[in-house]
Structure formats: structure tokens, C-alpha cells
Design a protein around this ligand. Structure first.
Ligand SMILES: Cc1cn([C@H]2C[C@H](O)[C@@H](COP(=O)(O)OP(=O)(O)O[C@H]3O[C@H](C)C(=O)[C@H](O)[C@H]3O)O2)c(=O)[nH]c1=O
Length: 336
């Protein structure tokens, strides 16, 4: 792909801030423009390892700001977009859906429009201009005890968050079908690893455990998520961005389905080894709380398309990845 500017939106978020160092390390001649609004969920300290690199530039701004986005395309000769920016926390979307509709739907629309206009007038007509939209498996709704989602599953989002992501996926699809924009979409399962915001399940369990507070498990803890180590996701994104078929979507998962209660207990047992309490086990702090409204029961993914077409498979062993993650948060919280 070209050496011109790659616009990464939301690069200060969890997955983006793992992806940017990964990409710059693998492709040192790429020029990355990170456009991020720095909401509560963005953290520039997660990008310290790249902040002084010449190939990296940070711009604070909102993807809904049409003028700004247009200027970024022009001033940085943007050749491709990798679009992470989104409001991502399901619980927040239940209490305050507005920002989800705005950022996830309108923001994606603003970016698509900028890409369509800028690339159709490009001074480099032979250059490949790709729009990679980062999305979620939650667009497919919820599974029962059996079955798996694949790229062919019907969209059936249940929360305002997943509905906003589904809407943005469909907008991206329409820009491919209508305007011939070179798009790819990836729909990934729950990520875990360093740099995730404290609000999510795994950091919450670790933080509450070491603060000696109740560890909140929604409902009876039987809801199942498929966990993928964030660097496995980054490797998959690299492949989809560079080698994915235009107009296609790719389901990415970790092959690690666990019930929330089992996961919380596993983290507590790791903490018992890594940072033992004076008395008892961290599992004693697990506490069942009111369930999330409309709580999706289970996500599980058939990742055979990624395997067949891009020779990708998740590599991280779950306990190994979880141990690294717990150690990272112990360092973070002990410093705080
Ligand atoms: C914060 C929290 C969560 N939970 C439960 C709720 C879920 O069943 C599970 C994971 O919750 P979390 O909010 O960490 O993640 P999801 O709601 O599955 O969604 C996440 O993974 C997808 C793919 C995205 O696309 C979302 O952007 C991302 O936030 O743990 C609890 O039981 N207690 C808690 O304190």
C-alpha cells in the first residue's frame, strides 16, 4: 500500500492504541495520522512509544466535524482510512444513547463522505484508497447455548450501541455498492489485553479485586463472551486491511468462549497467585448485581473465512494472555 497518509480514527482508544505501534513497527515507512477526540475513553499515554516518531502525528478532533475531516484528508493526502473511533461501552449506550448515534453513525458518514469526495478528485488516480471499518460481532445479536455467527448471519442488534454499529456497517456497505468505494469491514469479538479502559469487565474485575471491593457480576454470570487477545486482533486487522477483498466483511474471534462468572473466578485465581491477599481468596469478593437491560446472552464466532482466505488464526493462549493482562493492570493500579 502507498506511503501516503493513513488516517486512523480513534487511535487513542484501547484497540487503536495497540494497533498503531503494531503497524508502525511492522511498516516503518507508513505515515499515520491519528485523529481522536480524546473523550473519557481515549488516553494518549498509551501511545508514548510512538509519540516522537516522525511517521506519527496526532490530531485532536471529532470525526463528526466535517470541516476538520475534509482538511485532514487534504492536508495529509490521506490514502486510506482505518476507522476505530466509536463510543463502545454498551452500558453507557443504555443510559445515554445520543453520543452513540452521533459518533458511530454520523461520524462514520462524515468520514465516508470525505473519502468519497477526496478520493474521487485525487491527484493519484491509480492509487488504491481503502476504507477499513472496525466493527463488532454484536451487530449479529445474541446466540443461545449453541450455534456461531459468521459473515452470513443476519444483522439483529439489540442495544443502542450495537444498533449504531450495525447502522455504520450498512452505511459503509452502501458506499461500496453505490460509489464503488474500496471498503472492508471487520466484526470482532470481545478484546482483552493492556490499555483497555477501566469500565470494561476484565479491568473492572482486577481493579475491584485489589481495591478490596465487591466484584460486580451482572445477573447470574452465565452470559458468554468470546475473548480475543488484542494483538491477535491487530494481526487480523493488518491482514484484512492489506489483503481483504473489497466490499467484504470479516468476522474475527478468539475461540475463547467463557461465561462471565468463570472468567471472573479465573482472574481472581490468577490474582491469588500474583498478588495474594493476607487472608482468603479474591473470589470471595464476587458479587451478583442487577442484570444489564437487554443483556445479550452469548456471542460465538465461526472464523473460518479469516482462516481460509487470509490464513489467520488467533495465536495467544488464553491463560497466557490473561496473565500478561493481569500483570499489566497490577502495574497500572499499583502506580495509581
Ligand atoms: C462492566 C461489566 C460487564 N459485565 C458483563 C457484561 C457482559 O456480558 C460482559 C462483558 O462486558 P463488557 O462491558 O466488558 O463488554 P461487552 O458489553 O461484551 O462489549 C464489548 O465487546 C464488544 C464485542 C464490543 O463491541 C463492545 O464495544 C465492547 O465494550 O461482562 C459484568 O458482569 N460486570 C461488569 O462490571
Amino acid at each position: 500500500m502507498s506511503k501516503k497518509g493513513i488516517l486512523i480514527t480513534g487511535g487513542a482508544g484501547f484497540i487503536g492504541s495497540n494497533f498503531i505501534p503494531y503497524l508502525l513497527n511492522k511498516y516503518p515507512d507508513y505515515h499515520i495520522i491519528n485523529l481522536d477526540k480524546l473523550t473519557y475513553a481515549g488516553d494518549l499515554s498509551n501511545l508514548k512509544e510512538v509519540e516522537d516518531l516522525q511517521q506519527y502525528e496526532f490530531i485532536q478532533g471529532d470525526i463528526c466535524d466535517e470541516q476538520l475531516v475534509g482538511d485532514v484528508f487534504k492536508q495529509h493526502s490521506i490514502s486510506s482510512v482505518i476507522h476505530f473511533a466509536a463510543e463502545s461501552h454498551v452500558d453507557n449506550s443504555i443510559h445515554s444513547p445520543n453520543s452513540f448515534i452521533k459518533t458511530n453513525i454520523e461520524g462514520t458518514f462524515v468520514l465516508l463522505e470525505a473519502a468519497r469526495k477526496y478520493w474521487s478528485n485525487s491527484r493519484y488516480p491509480n492509487q488504491r484508497n481503502r476504507f477499513h471499518h472496525i466493527s463488532t460481532d454484536e451487530v449479529y445479536g445474541s446466540l443461545g447455548e449453541t450455534g456461531l455467527f459468521s459473515e452470513n448471519s443476519p444483522y439483529a442488534p439489540n442495544s443502542p450501541y450495537s444498533a449504531s454499529k450495525a447502522a455504520s456497517d450498512l452505511l459503509v456497505r452502501s458506499y461500496h455498492k453505490t460509489y464503488g468505494l474500496d471498503t472492508v469491514i471487520s466484526n470482532c469479538s470481545n478484546n482483552y489485553g493492556p490499555k483497555q479502559h477501566d469500565e470494561k469487565l476484565i479491568p473492572t474485575v482486577i481493579r475491584k479485586a485489589i481495591e478490596d471491593k465487591p466484584i460486580p457480576i451482572y445477573g447470574d454470570g452465565s452470559n458468554v463472551r468470546d475473548w480475543i487477545y488484542v494483538l491477535d486482533h491487530c494481526k487480523a486487522l493488518d491482514l484484512v486491511f492489506h489483503k481483504g477483498q473489497t466490499g467484504e466483511s470479516y468476522v474475527i474471534g478468539g475461540n475463547n468462549e467463557y461465561a462471565n462468572l468463570y472468567l471472573a473466578k479465573t482472574i481472581c485465581e490468577l490474582l491469588d497467585q500474583l498478588s495474594p491477599k493476607e487472608k482468603g481468596s479474591y473470589t470471595d469478593q464476587i458479587s451478583f448485581v442487577k442484570d444489564r437491560l437487554g443483556h445479550d446472552f452469548r456471542y460465538g464466532l465461526d472464523i473460518s473465512k479469516m482462516n481460509r482466505t487470509l490464513a489467520w488464526n488467533p495465536e495467544e493462549d488464553f491463560i497466557g494472555g490473561l496473565t500478561k493482562t493481569v500483570k499489566w493492570y497490577l502495574r497500572k493500579y499499583e502506580k495509581a
